[in-house]
Write a protein that binds this ligand. Structure first.
Ligand code: ARG
Length: 584
């Protein structure tokens, strides 16, 4: 109901000036949703906050404002309650018109923003030659949902995969492979990613224990960085192999990303150091180039340095992120850059952002924001492990969700004595399984850690994907039984009588506020809460109001409500990266 809120704000501002003079222009009406539906829809608390400034009792201020308020076309006459709250109830006709408009629009009446921004969402970003882990799964799911919401609102979104494709790990990996499996460096199909990870672990072990190997690996990094063709070819091959594995996960999860890994910024790293020299922020400290940070101290209370060039001349993760900031602002022209990683990287981003800010690289109108998330735990509250005690592989985790969802479906079909085609079973099992994983992640406040439980995420009851998908499918079946074209219902028939219908309608009209809040706060769980409430409000309505057996105009009116609910569910779930099912 952004439209109603905007109109109320405007009417209040005019009323302040009419009642108290131009000095009050621009005063915030302090509009909040009513604490209880019986008081109306919104409540303005401004009279209380103005009492001091104006030196008058708040109730008197409230009545002066109410007399000057011109909102007859939008609200019933406002009432004043308690010490001076102004209660506002939207007119039934206004609400019905809004619902009609939203039913007729393919965007459910939600407008795109007046001033679209160029927004970069940096998410997923796994590391080459390492397995994608559940942390990357969280980043992928949360980042995708944030990107979808921003895109839907009309922003120009660039989804960037900042893969870890550069650095010392390649030196050791190439050196090790050259000795034990040289074919892997020339033949793209010689090894698969699972082996690559094992090779990487072995290489790391040798690097930590064998000085000769360490030195050879260092040389290899130098070769790679100086562009030696053979090293480059080997590196390219390793990256391609990882990339193919990552892509399988992205395809399965329906994720679109533009890869722009760390190596992309490699040529820009010396400029970062040079530019920092110019700003005089750069200090040499035991051979390394660094910037001393404000607000970060070591255990002796001295300022902590952010190293941008090591004493051996090498650069690091932070240098790359500084280069990326310069590129994203300078070349990509981003207004906002959103980084989705685990909370463990909060300091890294705070430090890098600070240095970029002090260097003067971030214009006032550009926002850099880290979107942190907590850990994925096992059901025992400890680190997620497989039965054999290993870190689970992402593709195994997803296949298991699909398999369990298939078993659930088989059981349900048997109980309901239904036979369905293998295609139907495959499609439903896959959609439900993957949606369950996504929804379980997104429905949590992302900052907290959560316990990964197949049983909970696949449950048909509660705030889960299967419950939401079922709510949608149920309305579709009402539509099929009604045997009418839902998109062509005559919206002039809309008229409500029961309270549950009004509650549902008002909730439906709130989607725009929720999406706006998500675009600002970057908390997809708010959308899950909204959708869960929506399905509960729909159930209350459906329990109380007959639909299919009601005589017209009730029947049409209720079908309109049901159809708008279904489309709102479909849109909301789609913004979470979840495809709805007409039947399940
Ligand atoms: N590759 C990193 C990791 O796996 C995440 C990169 C996040 N993005 C960034 N610009 N630093 O932890």
């Amino acid at each position: 109901m952004k439209d109603a809120i905007a109109r109320l704000r405007l009417a209040f501002e005019t009323a302040f000036v009419t009642a108290f003079g131009p000095e009050l222009a621009g005063t915030d009406p302090v509009l909040v949703p009513a604490s209880n539906p019986k008081f109306g829809d919104y409540q303005a608390n401004v009279a209380l906050s103005l009492a001091k400034t104006l030196g008058q009792p708040p109730r008197d201020i409230a009545s002066a404002i109410v007399s000057a308020l011109a909102i007859d076309d939008l609200c019933d006459p406002p009432t004043i309650a308690g010490p001076g709250f102004i209660n506002l109830t939207l007119k039934a006709d206004y609400l019905l018109d809004q619902l009609r408009a939203s039913h007729q629009s393919d965007r459910l009446g939600i407008q795109t923003v007046a001033h679209p921004q160029r927004i970069i969402v940096d998410f997923s970003s796994p590391n080459i030659a390492k397995e994608m882990h559940v942390g990357h799964l969280r980043s992928t799911i949360i980042g995708d949902s944030i990107a979808r919401v921003l895109e839907f609102l009309g922003h120009d979104v660039l989804r960037l995969n900042h893969v870890g494709d550069w650095g010392t790990q390649f030196g050791m990996l190439i050196t090790h492979l050259r000795q034990v499996a040289p074919a892997a460096l020339t033949n793209p199909d010689a090894i698969d990613i699972g082996d690559l990870v094992a090779f990487y672990q072995k290489a790391k072990q040798r690097f930590d224990n064998d000085d000769d190997f360490k030195e050879q690996s260092r040389q290899e990094v130098v070769c790679l960085q100086s562009g030696d063709p053979e090293s480059r070819r080997a590196w390219q091959l390793l990256c391609d192999q990882s990339r193919r594995e990552f892509q399988k996960i992205y395809d399965l999860l329906d994720i679109r990303l533009t890869e722009r890994g760390e190596s992309f910024y490699n040529p820009m790293l010396p400029e970062v150091v040079a530019a920092l020299v110019e700003t005089q922020l750069l200090v040499e400290d035991s051979g390394a180039c660094c910037v001393f940070l404000e607000g970060f101290v070591n255990k002796d209370g001295n300022p902590l340095p952010l190293i941008v060039q090591k004493s051996d001349g090498g650069y690091n993760y932070a240098t790359t992120d500084l280069a990326a900031i310069r590129y994203r602002i300078g070349t990509d022209q981003a207004d906002r850059v959103i980084y989705v990683t685990d909370a463990g990287q909060a300091n890294h981003f705070a430090q890098v952002f600070q240095v970029a800010r002090r260097a003067g690289w971030i214009p006032d109108n550009v926002e850099l924001v880290h979107v942190p998330f907590g850990l994925v735990l096992g059901e025992d509250g400890k680190k997620l492990k497989t039965r054999s005690g290993d870190t689970p592989k992402l593709k195994d985790l997803l296949s298991e969700a699909i398999e369990r969802s298939r078993t659930d479906l088989h059981n349900r079909l048997t109980t309901e004595e239904r036979t369905e085609s293998p295609e139907f079973i495959g499609h439903v099992a896959t959609t439900v399984g993957l949606s369950a994983v996504k929804y379980a992640d997104l429905s949590q406040n992302r900052i907290s850690s959560y316990a990964f439980s197949y049983d909970k995420m696949l449950a048909l009851q509660g705030n889960t994907a299967p419950y939401m998908l079922y709510a949608y499918a149920r309305i579709q079946s009402i539509g099929r039984k009604a045997a009418v074209n839902l998109s062509q219902l005559d919206s002039t028939q809309l008229h409500l009588s029961d309270d549950s219908e009004w509650m549902l309608l008002k909730h439906l009209l709130r989607l725009d506020e929720v999406l706006e809040a998500i675009a600002t706060e970057l908390m997809p769980n708010r959308l899950c809460e909204y959708l869960f409430d929506l399905s509960k409000k729909f159930n209350q309505f459906y329990d109380r109001c007959p639909v299919l057996n009601a005589p017209d105009p009730d029947r049409t009116s209720r079908l309109l409500l049901a159809d708008t609910t279904a489309r709102t569910l479909a849109l909301g779930l789609n913004l979470l990266g979840i495809q709805v099912l007409d039947r399940m």
